[in-house]
Write a protein that binds this ligand. Structure first.
Ligand code: SF4
Length: 106
């Protein structure tokens, strides 16, 4: 394990349960689904208004402002350029990373 990896582990919260992570993802999916039923695009509308649509706290998904290997926001299906995420609340860096990373389809 490299020093960088050790440093990352020191900064990770220890009290985040798998249940909390899944709850955050489920809430976000529910918001998106509700918007689809209502005939609006909540992600596009929020982003256009200057607000990112993600609602899960960064700490809950162990967000970090640097990549994990080759995995990073800019190649994640949840990323909305230039700085938003469909899952994580607030701004994210294109080279950031979190536990909800999902690679964009090829
Ligand atoms: S890696 Fe995490 S923070 Fe980055 S875009 Fe994907 S889900 Fe959002």
């Amino acid at each position: 394990m490299s020093d960088e990896q050790k440093g990352i582990e020191k900064n990770e919260p220890e009290n985040v349960s798998r249940r909390q992570v899944l709850k955050g993802i489920a809430i976000t999916a529910g918001v998106v689904a509700a918007g689809a039923v209502a005939g609006v695009n909540p992600i596009g509308a929020a982003h256009a208004a200057g607000k990112c649509p993600g609602t899960t706290p960064k700490a809950a998904l162990q967000y970090q402002p640097h990549p994990k290997g080759k995995d990073q926001c800019s190649v994640c299906a949840n990323f909305i350029a230039p700085h938003c995420c469909k899952v994580v609340a607030g701004s994210v860096a294109p080279d950031g990373y979190c536990m909800a990373f999902a690679p964009k389809p090829a």
